[in-house]
Design a protein around this ligand. Sequence first.
Ligand code: PMP
Length: 426
Amino acid sequence: MSSDSSRLLPRSEELRERALKRTPGGVHSNVRLSGAQDFIARAKGAWLYSVDGRDYVDYLLGQGPNFLGHAPEQVVDAVAEACRGGVIYGGQHELEVRASELVCRALGWADMVRFGVSGTESVQGALRLARGATGRTKVVRFEGHYHGWLDNVLTAVRDGKWGAASAGQLSSHLDDFIVLSWNDADRLAAVFEEEGDQIAAVITEPVMINAGVIEPLPGYLERMRELCTRHGAVLIFDEVISGFRLGLGGAAERYGVEPDLATYGKAIAGGFPVSALAGRESLMSRLGTGEVNHSGTFNGSVMATAAVVATLTSLFEDPPYERVAKHGNTLMIGLRDIGQEYGLPLRVAGLPPAFHVAFGDAPVTDYRSLQQLDLARYERLSKALLENGLWVAGRGVWYVSAAHGEDELDAALTRFAAAVAGEVGR
Ligand code: PMP
């Protein structure tokens, strides 16, 4: 997908030209190749400001991390203060202990935690730990679920089959994965029936958000839990997006189903690069004995743990979840109303803290049914949304933060309506 930089203002244009010379595609993550290309000068609360003086209401939130809004003072101050006493020690420190205690307290079900830097690597830790603990190799995963960019988890559909998504990716690393359609409990049960004694783990986004927001059907996660328990497989929830966003206890709390291991990132640290692998002591202790290796120079740094402590303290002391739900709900309704007003088949679905906008009205329960929607039409609209000052992802997932209030709501609806009016030529 090529990016649209045709309407960049002068300063952004100049920076983009320089970036293209020194950085492949001008971006440091391929996810951004197809996104907005305006250069950002600064961000505060729910707003981004470009180098050319444009402002944007932000519903991308850095792909999720800015759940407290941009530059939340209590987090930024805590990190700055802590780092004045050293950034990384190569040894243990009190903030690590406090951050781990807070994570376990927030989650409720988890006994122990190991911090990392990216969601991708915490997922790898979870997979290795599950295999190490069970002595089995196979892992069940689901179509359209994203678990990072490494060889054994990155997938795309080619000719109707799931396989490697990138040149250079060793497709043999995908061999031990059984890819199923999501929300189909009978299919999962059948696979366990056939090869349950070889399955180390089931890994799932407990609510699909990355590809488009789809909730688990009633009873689905419960059945998954029950099958894993019965067959001795480890249940891994990838809560990199849902964690701390749907509530302090993430999707596990919302749907009342406890995994054995779970991965977190994004909302855990107020925008700072931190991830976590959390789990039950019986599994996690294998990292502590050294039996299963999990390492990383930057794990548990002063910056990371200060950010986690400040973020979780804020979430405990001033829970934003009701505010976020109210904003998200009102916004979802407002976007639907605008769609109706302009006679567009706009579909706004999902959860108030993370919802999905597309065109079409197909019933969506999994990745394949999601593809029945007109996602390309929304992607085109997203360019107009950017032009009108809404910072959104082309794939239609909108994130709401604790910093979104009435002003942002008014601005978002006005700007959305202007973009839609422009698109339909009114
Ligand atoms: N799991 C899920 C569900 C994700 O959405 C993402 C990233 N969007 C990851 C894992 C990987 O996280 P990271 O980009 O921090 O490596």
